[in-house]
Design a protein around this ligand. Structure first.
Ligand code: ZN
Length: 180
């Protein structure tokens, strides 16, 4: 006696049974649903990227785009990269930027790498992180240079964007670091 077919009409043959824990279901239908979900996800991803690029062209900053679309900064960087100094790999830039930031606020470069968290120093650190990110240095790499995790780097870059928008002092600092 053969078992009845699945409700969808597909056969309950051994090769068409998908095990879900203790339950079983139709493997053909499961695959179809998975494909549809995948297609939908890709479709909306493409649309999201397109909308982000449009926002970028409208002059929105990375932080603003992230907020508008409810996504993280790395997602914005991935789908709508800013046309930063063309993501060139410049291996000595980081050290020059750290030195420039330290000089700008009259501290030792090592202080920027240290756990010290005085406001002036923290801002200088954000400026260096932002300048590194603009040159295409990855978040984990930036984190490693400062002995911090990548979520701290994301936060730092977000703060740098806000400071750029509201503080003349920070803009001056950032320009010095970015031109290092
Ligand atoms: Zn089926």
């Amino acid at each position: 006696m053969s078992k009845p077919d699945f409700k969808c009409g597909h056969p309950r043959s051994p090769e068409n049974v998908k095990q879900f824990g203790i339950l079983t279901g139709c493997a053909t239908c499961y695959e179809k649903r998975r494909e549809t979900r995948r297609a939908l996800a890709q479709e909306s991803r493409a649309r999201l990227a397109e909308m982000m690029m449009r926002a970028r062209k409208d002059g929105l900053s990375t932080a603003q785009i992230a907020e508008r679309f409810g996504v993280s900064l790395p997602t914005v960087y991935r789908y709508a990269p800013e046309d930063a100094p063309a993501f060139t790999k410049d291996p000595t830039f980081t050290e020059r930027a750290i030195k420039a930031a330290a000089n700008a606020i009259r501290i030792e470069p090592a202080d920027l790498i240290s756990p010290l968290r005085t406001p002036r120093l923290v801002r200088a650190r954000w400026a260096v992180m932002m300048a590194m990110r603009n040159r295409g240095v990855s978040l984990p790499r930036i984190g490693r240079r400062f002995g911090r995790d990548h979520s701290t780097v994301i936060y730092g870059i977000q703060q740098a964007e806000l400071e750029l928008a509201r503080s003349e002092t920070f803009r001056d600092l950032f320009q010095r670091v970015n031109a290092a």
